[in-house]
Ligand binder design. Structure first.
Ligand code: PEP
Ligand code: MN
Length: 367
């Protein structure tokens, strides 16, 4: 018995030593495979190469002297190869220009004296669409009185139906700029396609890319060439990774001023217009250095739960909120149901300032 015990202890010591060797060999293997990943990335090659993998397994099969069975040997190596591909993908993501690395600073975007992505959150509000001088003036005036510094409004409207109001286009941009200038506000407005960029740039302080355009790579590339902040909305069918890569397209072109906007994704739930993915906020903050704002109007499509949801978005770490406000929502030409009327707007802002200190106004207790 005593000698068997000694034998077991001795074999265990040998196994421990071999474990160490396997570990060293694995680390050596992953060092090389990560380098292969970097080279493949530069060559724009796919990380996974099934032909090469089966060749490697065949070679191993020929060299395997046992007692490890061929099946088990192949299973183990397949696991190792799969893990190496995973590492390559993770490495690629870490190498994105917008990735947050240890010690990275937050990107702060300055828009007419408002810092987006700094310590305190900000508000972007305004009607869904610019409809007339009186409508945009009335709405902006009321928002200005409430301390809102960034005015949103669509002049080019991406409507599901081609028969719905499409926006006032250049006339709308002019009205928005004129009124915003009167109140010293910044303008956030959407561009629908490459050919309108030049026009929109002349009037906007922040150019919005709507949810339907998040995957429009030619538009994203063009926006990478300009030097104005871009508010990039998450595609309603896009994963967080796809959202991050869309922002990388803009950044890669040289335009580093990007604000990410979560606006809800399409799910089977139909009590809200979209499903607001709150977890996306801390994930985007963790994985990128970009400011993240939450559009509580398009995500919900309803007003009755806007207060707790806006509070939740800020509690999750959002750098700001976007919502639709209209001087007379009942007469609105788009999204009438979700736009806040003047009283509701005041009520929401009063509520939020009880809980958070905003960077674009001066009241309320600490965040
Ligand atoms: C908008 O903000 O006007 C808009 C159309 O939003 P989304 O692209 O998120 O639907
Ligand atoms: Mn709208």
């Amino acid at each position: 018995m005593e000698s068997l015990k000694e034998q077991l202890a001795c074999l265990r010591r040998q196994a421990d030593q071999i474990n160490e060797k396997i570990l060293d060999a694995l680390n050596e293997f992953f060092t090389i495979s990560n380098q292969i990943g970097e080279v493949k990335e530069k060559m724009k090659m796919a990380f996974y190469d099934p032909v090469r993998e089966s060749e490697m397994l065949k070679e191993m099969e020929a060299k395997n002297k046992g007692p490890l069975s061929q099946d088990k040997m192949k299973r183990i190596f397949r696991e190792i190869f799969a893990a190496s591909i995973e590492e390559m993908i993770m490495g690629e993501q870490k190498r994105l220009k917008i990735s947050r690395l240890p010690g990275s600073k937050n990107s702060v975007i300055e828009v007419r004296g408002v810092s987006i992505g700094a310590e305190m959150p900000v508000i972007i509000a305004g009607p869904c669409s610019v409809e007339s001088y009186d409508q945009i003036w009335e709405t902006a005036s009321q928002l200005n009185n409430l301390g809102v510094r960034l005015l949103r409004g669509g002049a080019f409207k991406p409507r599901t139906s081609p028969y719905s109001f499409q926006g006032l286009e250049e006339e709308g941009l002019k009205l928005l700029r004129t009124v915003a200038d009167e109140f010293g506000m910044g303008v956030v407005t959407e561009v629908l396609g490459d050919r309108d960029i030049e026009l929109v740039v002349n009037y906007a302080d922040v150019i919005q890319v709507g949810t339907r355009n998040m995957l429009n790579y030619s538009l994203l590339k063009e926006l990478g060439k300009i030097r104005k902040p871009i508010l990039l909305k998450r595609g309603f069918m896009a994963t967080i990774d796809e959202f991050i890569l869309a922002a990388e397209y803009i950044y890669l072109g040289g335009n580093t001023q990007i604000i990410l906007c979560e606006r809800g994704i399409r799910t089977f739930e139909n009590q809200t217009r979209n499903t607001l993915d709150i977890s996306c906020v801390p994930i985007l903050k963790k994985e990128t250095t970009l400011p993240v704002i939450v559009d509580v109007s398009h995500s919900l499509g309803r007003k009755d739960i806007i207060k707790p949801i806006a509070r939740a978005a800020l509690a999750a770490g959002a750098d700001g909120l976007m919502f639709e406000a209209h001087c007379d929502p009942a007469s609105a030409l788009s999204d009438a149901d979700q736009q806040l009327d003047p009283e509701e707007t005041k009520d929401l802002i009063d509520y939020l300032t009880q809980h958070f200190v905003f960077g674009d106004r001066k009241s309320g207790p600490a965040r």
